[in-house]
Design a protein around this ligand. Structure first.
Ligand SMILES: Cc1cc2nc3c(=O)[nH]c(=O)nc-3n(C[C@H](O)[C@H](O)[C@H](O)COP(=O)(O)OP(=O)(O)OC[C@H]3O[C@@H](n4cnc5c(N)ncnc54)[C@H](O)[C@@H]3O)c2cc1C
Length: 75
């Protein structure tokens, strides 16, 4: 399916799941639309990301940029 497809995928909520999902679909050439009830995207502060999360961010192609802003909490 290419970007000219008439099909649209509706994602309800532009949160931490909805936004990466839209990006992942875009990378696969699938159109989607995000419906977000808030007028602005919220920044709720720092978030802990574990290994699986980083793998997902790597696949989305955004991990390297985020690693520059992240810091590691010592065990
Ligand atoms: C205090 C706190 C700290 C946390 N810390 C971490 C952490 O360090 N690491 C971690 O991995 N997880 C953490 N979590 C959990 C993490 O925030 C959630 O797992 C994650 O936000 C879920 O993502 P989501 O996109 O499903 O929901 P959300 O991020 O809540 O996004 C949902 C979005 O949908 C919108 N929405 C809701 N209903 C509708 C509707 N009817 N129509 C349109 N839009 C709608 C909302 O406005 C919101 O923008 C934390 C949670 C809390 C509360």
């Amino acid at each position: 399916m290419d970007m000219d497809s008439a099909e649209e995928i509706v994602i309800v909520g532009g949160g931490i799941c909805g936004l990466p999902l839209a990006l992942a679909l875009h990378r696969k050439g699938l159109r989607s639309i995000i419906l977000e009830k808030s007028e602005t995207l919220r920044d709720t502060g720092p978030i802990g990301i574990r290994a699986n999360g980083w793998r997902a961010l790597d696949q989305l192609g955004v991990a390297s940029e985020l690693r520059h802003k992240a810091f590691t909490i010592p065990r």
